[in-house]
Design a protein around this ligand. Structure first.
Ligand code: NAD
Ligand code: TYD
Length: 356
């Protein structure tokens, strides 16, 4: 049976990588993207699909219940892949309310709509509600602590991770209460093409190309696990096709690294592959700045459940994934230049102050 997918947030970073991946891998499936096109949504990310007969774009909000109800019915949706969210920790510190609205109310709206629709269809067991979430719901690890597992207690520390934790709990409750066929995935920090400039890796890459300072928060010793976005997409493919309803799967890249070491590695690769850098070696641009409020020290993901039960493995190493990503930003300046808008400059000023 061909799937009819509703992909929320499909014009964002991971959502658009997923849509491009899915369309190539499963061209017979129908894909309907629902996206509000916030600052983070960009139709350019989906430009390759605009003429495909199996691709449709709907500009709208996941909190709009009548719109979602109509879409599910009209498009005979079998699968929701839910990516839509406010996703940036620094923005959640500045304006938490949009995070509560989209991440909690938006997820609740989708769940309610999908529940009524699924019940009306006599509860098909093949239908799925895939909720894409984050390792940040598990809180912060100390250096000696073992990586997050699916049963690690939730301990979110930022308005972003708290709102994602709230949405995860709702999804869990809909499985337990209504038997709605849901699956939750919690993944580590993604990186790759189409990543909005505010996040660490694109920010460093773009600032190197522009000869601007590279702001490292605090002492630079915070640790993240980095997952190449294409590996994340292949994991979601496996989860949607072989995963068990009601389960949670952790997805990680097996690439734990300190921020400062990652920034040094980015500088080293950029020195090697980018022509005519304004400042070289690029690591002269590294500047330590005031720490992020409540900055989580370390995230690490144990994805052995997904590897053992569903046979998934990440393909990219940090070095190979970074090289492709940085090369993509060097080749696609016309994609990121327009994103450095007046609004973005305002945001930059708020987070980094007068720092250039
Ligand atoms: P993103 O910020 O790049 O994209 C979010 C997309 O959602 C945008 O296209 C935006 O327009 C859309 N959107 C926002 N509010 C909406 C609303 N109310 N209605 C409809 N669309 C709306 O985010 P991303 O990095 O692609 O993350 C996707 C998902 O993956 C999120 O749920 C995020 O929590 C999760 N996640 C991300 C990472 C990461 O490293 N980026 C890691 C773990 C989990
Ligand atoms: P980010 O990409 O915002 O992802 P998250 O906060 O969800 O992990 O940040 C990754 C790490 O890099 C995090 O420890 C914060 C740090 N960071 C900086 O040091 N400087 C920056 O300018 C940014 C955006 C992040």
């Amino acid at each position: 049976m061909h799937k009819h997918l509703l992909v929320t947030g499909g014009a964002g970073f991971i959502g658009s990588n997923f849509v491009n991946y899915w369309h190539e891998k499963h061209p017979q499936d129908k894909i309907i993207v629902l996206d509000a096109l916030t600052y983070a949504g960009n139709r350019q990310n989906l430009i390759n699909l605009e003429n495909s007969p199996n691709f449709f774009f709907i500009h709208g909000d996941i909190c709009d219940r009548p719109l979602v109800d109509n879409l599910l019915e009209a498009e005979k949706i079998t699968t929701i892949a839910h990516f839509a969210a406010e996703s940036h920790v620094d923005r959640s510190i500045l304006t938490p309310s949009t995070f509560i609205q989209t991440n909690i109310i938006g997820t609740f709206t989708l769940l309610e709509s999908f529940r009524h629709y699924w019940q009306k269809q006599n509860q098909p067991s093949a239908y799925r509600f895939l909720h894409v979430s984050t390792d940040e719901v598990y809180g912060s690890l100390k250096a000696h602590e073992s990586a997050f597992k699916e049963n690690t207690p939730y301990a979110p520390n930022s308005p972003y991770s708290a709102s994602k934790a709230g949405s995860d709990h709702l999804v869990r409750a809909y499985y337990h209460t209504y038997n709605l066929p849901t699956i939750i995935t919690n993944c580590s920090n993604n990186y790759g093409a189409y990543h909005f400039p505010e996040k660490l890796i694109p920010l460093m890459c773009i600032n190197i190309l522009l000869g601007k300072s590279l702001p490292v928060y605090g002492d630079g010793q915070n640790i993240r696990d980095w997952l190449y976005v294409k590996d994340h997409c292949s994991a979601l493919d496996v989860v949607l096709n072989k995963g068990k309803e009601g389960e949670t799967y952790n997805i990680g890249g097996n690439n734990e690294v300190k921020n400062i070491d990652l920034v040094e590695l980015i500088c080293q690769i950029m020195d090697e592959i980018a022509p005519n850098l304004p400042v070289k070696p690029a690591n002269q641009l590294i500047t330590y700045v005031k720490d992020r409020a409540g900055h989580d020290r370390r995230y690490a993901i144990d994805s052995s459940k997904l590897q053992k039960e569903l046979g998934w493995k990440p393909k990219a190493t940090l070095e190979s994934g970074l090289r492709s990503t940085l090369q993509w930003y060097i080749n696609n300046q016309q994609w990121w230049q327009p994103l450095l808008s007046t609004d973005y400059q305002k945001y930059y000023q708020q987070v980094y102050g007068t720092f250039k």
